[in-house]
Design a protein around this ligand. Structure first.
Ligand SMILES: Nc1ncnc2c1ncn2[C@@H]1O[C@H](COP(=O)(O)OP(=O)(O)OP(=O)(O)O)[C@@H](O)[C@H]1O
Length: 342
């Protein structure tokens, strides 16, 4: 168990809306090991970013309540004084943000920005910092590193900016990286390059990665294990192959059904109708997915759904999956009976 980097236990992150707190992350427990890529997937609004920012301690404390345990290398981050948290953030724990344009300072050359975490965490001379930064730029695949060191973010392409952000995250050799939709802002070819780069770097460094994405293609490419989130909860957790070949929870199955066919054949997408309810309107008792699969009767859901281990390392919430079918499957004609998203 010494390979466990992060243990999250019953994490609840609530936001204040009109004077009341509503959980966006609602009782999540997870672990991440050294050298493991754990993907968190789910559609917009299910709580992925709220989870990532909770781990990094980046929610404003006046409007957010973060409860539970986030144990990183044996210490509960939620109870650390800010000065001690700052010793960890940017050093052993680092984050790659979604949009490099907003994450980078527009008026500072990129070399200096990569050096910022080194200023805080490492005792290096100016020359050593520059040397390390040039090496980092090279590591993230930037050949003309001397030139890029001197450039401003707006002078670089989106893919180059994302490489710079990755270099910045790696500046102090983190053991755990949180990557929140790291390729969403990029076009498809550049996405593939950045994913390849992240995989290479991860192999070299043996770091753990918590990868947040709504893109199942990215999950298939990168992840060792996958946690599927719905309405603030984990509804399924499994090794990546098991999840893709043997999905159980109705939500996971609907996510996978909505992937276009790999053969390129035209087929209707099978997506379950509806969206994740807003946190202030969410019914929190019973199976949170029940309202989106009304053809499954109420008594087939658990009153208080828990995660069941249905195979080695494969967990599914609520027994409703045992009775679930897509109407298209029941009719035996997938091409006619699709359910479309709103
Ligand atoms: N600061 C905030 N104040 C109030 N509600 C918030 C705040 N941040 C997020 N929420 C709400 O919490 C829920 C989860 O949001 P979150 O951003 O974590 O979802 P997500 O899965 O990361 O979605 P996306 O993929 O769109 O980023 C949503 O209902 C969102 O509206």
């Amino acid at each position: 168990m010494e390979d466990i980097l992060l243990t999250i236990h019953k994490l609840r992150t609530s936001f204040q809306i009109h004077g009341k707190f509503y959980p966006a992350v609602d009782g999540i427990s997870l672990t991440i090991q050294k050298n493991e890529v754990l993907a968190i997937v789910g559609e917009s609004g299910c709580g992925k970013s709220a989870l990532a920012l909770s781990i990094m301690g980046l929610h404003p404390s006046d409007r957010t309540l973060v409860e539970g345990i986030i144990e990183f290398q044996g210490r509960n981050l939620l109870q650390l004084p800010i000065a001690e948290l700052n010793q960890i953030r940017g050093k052993r724990l680092a984050m790659i943000f979604q949009d490099p344009m907003t994450a980078l300072h527009p008026l500072m050359i990129v070399g200096r920005q990569i050096e910022e975490p080194m200023n805080v965490h490492l005792t290096l001379s100016t020359k050593e910092k520059k040397h390390r930064t040039l090496q980092l730029l090279e590591r993230v695949g930037i050949q003309n590193n001397e030139q890029v060191y001197q450039q401003y973010p707006h002078e670089l392409s989106g893919g180059m900016r994302q490489r710079v952000l990755i270099a910045m995250a790696l500046a102090c050799d983190p053991v755990l990286l949180i990557a929140d939709e790291p390729t969403t802002a990029l076009d498809v070819t550049i996405q593939a390059q950045i994913l390849e780069l992240m995989k290479d770097l991860q192999r070299q460094s043996q770091a753990g990665i918590l990868l947040i994405t709504h893109d199942l293609g990215v999950v298939a490419e990168m992840a060792d294990r996958v946690a599927v989130m719905y309405a603030g909860e984990i509804v399924e957790l499994a090794p990546v192959r098991e999840l893709f070949y043997n999905p159980k929870h109705p939500y996971t199955r609907s996510l996978l059904q909505s992937l276009p066919s790999a053969t390129g054949q035209k087929q209707k997408l099978h997506v379950i109708e509806g969206i994740v309810p807003a946190i202030e309107h969410l019914t929190r008792n019973g199976c949170r997915f029940a309202s989106r699969i009304p053809w499954i009767s109420n008594e087939l859901h658990e009153g208080e759904p828990i995660l069941h281990e249905i195979a080695a390392d494969h967990f599914v919430r609520c027994r409703c999956h045992e009775h679930f079918y897509l109407p298209a499957e029941r009719m035996g004609d997938e091409s006619n009976a699709s359910i479309t998203a709103t």
